[in-house]
Design a protein around this ligand. Structure first.
Ligand code: UT7
Length: 327
């Protein structure tokens, strides 16, 4: 029997500095009105000089470890989903491992841009199901501000920095076949379509330019693919578990654009008060956005034991995915 995994706790961290749209409009040719009406974003957090992705990841991790009552020495695996690693190598996850003073385990990064957290969660869940890990620290962490072209108003207003983490554990009482009403990660669903790589990418890298590069996006096209792919993958997740849209308690989506969230919620027949929204205050924090939103809704008591939670994301690659969790 394969063992089911569950999320034992979560944590998150935002850099101190909060930048409003009005503040941005002092240096970028934009307005609060344009940003709010096209995206729903009102402000974002930006990391301080010298504050690195691994610093944000570590802060989120220690909160998640505390919330789940986990000792760092019990972690088998640290997975960091990030597009903005401290360095090209080593993996940012190994830096977090060192800061946690872990004596055991393995650590690696995952690159799936804005879908990174869903990808990392899927890897964690599969390691647990296969019996190769019992406790996995899964982190989404980004300093996206470092790869933005601050002269390109069509991208630089959209993103922010932050980190979120969850601790995934094997559930000794629940193994596969127990059904969708028992606690745990019910399923994860991953997709990518590399032929659309030119819609959202960074124009640099170690092998191509020996520079870091900046984010480039054909926003309208990405938007179109997001609406279509997300609608398909959320139905795929529900069908895989024999569940209906009406069974959902919470949608915890990747936070790219309020209009994309609204579209997915509408298709699911979910009212806005069943969608966890942080895009207004965090903007798009890429791989960090889902665990940031999840942590907020768990800590403020919205998400309760026994509820059905749907996570979904789409990002560069293109990559997309979803996960259903019985909390
Ligand atoms: O997380 C990964 C996935 N990413 C996404 O899902 C992002 C998906 N895309 C989007 O969210 C939207 O496409 C954007 C928010 C990026 C853009 O919204 P849009 O409604 O598609 O606008 P647009 O790109 O068609 O631009 C409309 C106009 C253009 O002017 P013209 O050509 O119509 O005169 C832009 O130059 O808005 C202009 N514009 C701006 N104006 C003020 C673009 N950026 C700005 C800006 N401030 N920051």
């Amino acid at each position: 029997m394969m063992q089911r995994s569950y999320i034992a706790g979560c944590g998150s961290y935002l850099p101190k500095r909060c930048v409003t749209n009005d503040e941005l409009s002092e240096t970028v040719d934009t307005t609060d009105e344009w940003i709010v009406s096209r995206t729903g974003i009102k402000s974002r957090h930006i990391a301080a000089d010298g504050e690195l992705t691994s610093d944000l990841a570590y802060e989120a991790a220690i909160r998640a470890l505390e919330h789940s009552n986990t000792d760092p020495d019990d972690i088998d695996l640290v997975i960091v989903a990030t597009t903005t690693p401290d360095q090209t190598f080593p993996a940012t996850a190994t830096k977090v491992q060192a800061r946690l003073k872990m004596k055991n385990g393995a650590a690696f990064d995952i690159q799936a841009v804005c879908s990174g957290f869903i990808y990392a969660l899927s890897v964690a869940d599969n390691f647990v199901r296969a019996g190769q890990a019992k406790t996995v620290l899964v982190i989404g962490a980004e300093t996206f501000s470092r790869i933005l072209d601050w002269e390109d108003r069509s991208t630089c207003v959209l993103f922010g920095d932050g980190a979120g983490a969850v601790v995934v554990k094997a559930d000794p009482e629940n193994s596969d076949g127990i059904g969708a009403n028992a606690r745990g990660i019910l399923s994860t669903h991953l997709h990518s379509d590399g032929k659309h790589a030119d819609l959202l990418y960074v124009d640099g890298g170690p092998s191509s330019t020996q520079t870091t590069g900046h984010v480039r996006m054909v926003g309208k096209e990405v938007f179109r693919h997001a609406v279509i792919n997300l609608a398909a993958v959320v139905d795929e997740a529900l069908n895989a578990n024999g569940l209906e849209r009406s069974d959902l308690d919470w949608l915890v989506p990747h936070q790219a654009n309020k209009r994309i969230l609204d579209s997915t919620a509408r298709k699911l027949g979910l009212s806005e008060d069943r969608v966890v929204i942080t895009v207004d205050r965090h903007a798009n924090t890429s791989a960090a956005s889902i665990p940031l939103a999840l942590d907020e809704a768990v800590k403020d008591g919205r998400i309760q034991a026994g509820q059905l939670i749907l996570l979904e994301a789409m990002g560069g690659g293109l990559t997309w995915g979803a996960s259903l969790i019985r909390w």
